[in-house]
Design a protein around this ligand. Structure first.
Ligand code: KDO
Length: 335
């Protein structure tokens, strides 16, 4: 056999063997990026269901790249502990309240104040515009967390265990009003004229049922999802806080992604917020009827009196002096 043919044959055989070996070796799977989510939201809440939208969006845009783990009912971290868990590298994503952020970024307390944001459209314009950009930059610097999108939790209303005549803040005197457990929330409850008492969201149903608290405040969709209407008799439409939740990821996890993945995570967070916001606005408009059918009294107080008292409480407190000069005016000027 001429030399060249033999070499050729050997080369072909070697190539075939290599191809076979290659085929036989299992493909080296890229490890998936784990994204752990923790939230106190109950499964039936829009801001719980939105995480499935987030997960599905990523499975579609980046198949096999992410392992999104959704933990509801504060089953992974207790309410309010999420930012610390993120800083320690134990959690990748959550939805934070303005009060959670205000603990480390004091100027953010402006959004914990009653009657500051007017409605969901105002809220979105504020947070997707220059004010949002400036404040989210501070959040990134001080908390090492990137805000990806803003959710409308709903507008908070007072929800009482026993019905009573409530027209002005004076009518809430002596009411033990459960608020989430941080000083900004407690300030808001007291500003409404009640006596704030801190309690984790997961304990509110039992607190209302047993009477350790006289009431709580939450947006109507949360009252429905957590079934607080089963253990309360009245909703007072104070509309005191157009409430926000910020979908956020730790900078450590975000910066570990490549540019395309970052873009996909951002798009998924925006899709999740849009799903939450559309459903929350739609449902909120229908819930007064639902609660009435459930036998609750739904009353409208003198909202102007509540607004006046609550705004005065903030203006005469240390809060107003911690807010950057002109920020309230800039927020008010957005239409
Ligand atoms: C609550 O504890 O009342 C609150 O509404 C506060 C929000 O910031 C958010 O934590 C929410 O609970 C939970 O997601 C449960 O809906």
């Amino acid at each position: 056999m001429p030399m060249s043919r033999s070499v050729n044959r050997r080369t072909t055989l070697l190539a075939a063997a290599a191809a076979l070996v290659g085929l036989a070796l299992p493909a080296v799977a890229q490890p998936k990026t784990v994204l752990r989510i923790s939230t106190p939201a109950v499964p039936d809440a829009w801001h719980a269901k939105m995480w499935t939208v987030f997960k599905d969006a990523l499975e579609k845009s980046a198949p096999g790249e992410f392992d999104v783990q959704i933990n509801l009912n504060a089953s992974l971290f207790k309410q309010g502990a999420e930012p610390t868990a993120m800083a320690r590298g134990n959690l990748e994503l959550t939805s934070m309240s303005a009060a959670d952020i205000a603990k480390l970024v004091p100027e953010f307390s402006i959004f914990t104040a009653g009657y500051m944001l007017r409605d969901p459209a105002h809220q979105q314009r504020v947070f997707t515009g220059p004010i949002g950009a400036e404040l989210f930059k501070r959040v990134s610097e001080k908390m090492d967390i990137t805000v990806l999108s803003t959710c409308y939790l709903g507008t908070r209303q007072v929800n009482l265990r026993e019905a009573r005549e409530v027209k002005t803040p004076a009518d809430l005197k002596g009411i033990k009003l459960r608020m989430p457990g941080s000083k900004d929330w407690l300030f808001l409850g007291n500003a409404l004229g009640a006596t704030s008492t801190p309690l984790a969201f997961g304990e509110v149903y039992l607190g209302l049922k047993t009477g350790t608290i006289d009431g709580q405040d939450n947006p109507l969709p949360s009252v429905r999802a957590a079934k607080f209407y089963e253990v309360t008799k009245q909703i007072v439409l104070t509309s005191h806080l157009v409430d926000s939740l910020f979908i956020a990821i730790s900078n450590k996890s975000y910066n570990a992604l490549n540019a395309t993945q970052k873009q996909k995570v951002l798009a998924a967070a925006q899709a999740a917020a849009a799903y939450n916001n559309d459903n929350t606005v739609r449902e909120e408009a229908q819930l007064v009827d639902f609660f009435k059918k459930e036998g609750l009294q739904v009353s409208t107080p003198d909202v102007a009196a509540f607004r006046k008292t609550v705004q005065a409480a903030y203006q005469t407190s240390d809060y107003a002096s911690a807010w950057p000069a002109g920020l309230v005016e800039r927020i008010n000027a957005i239409h």
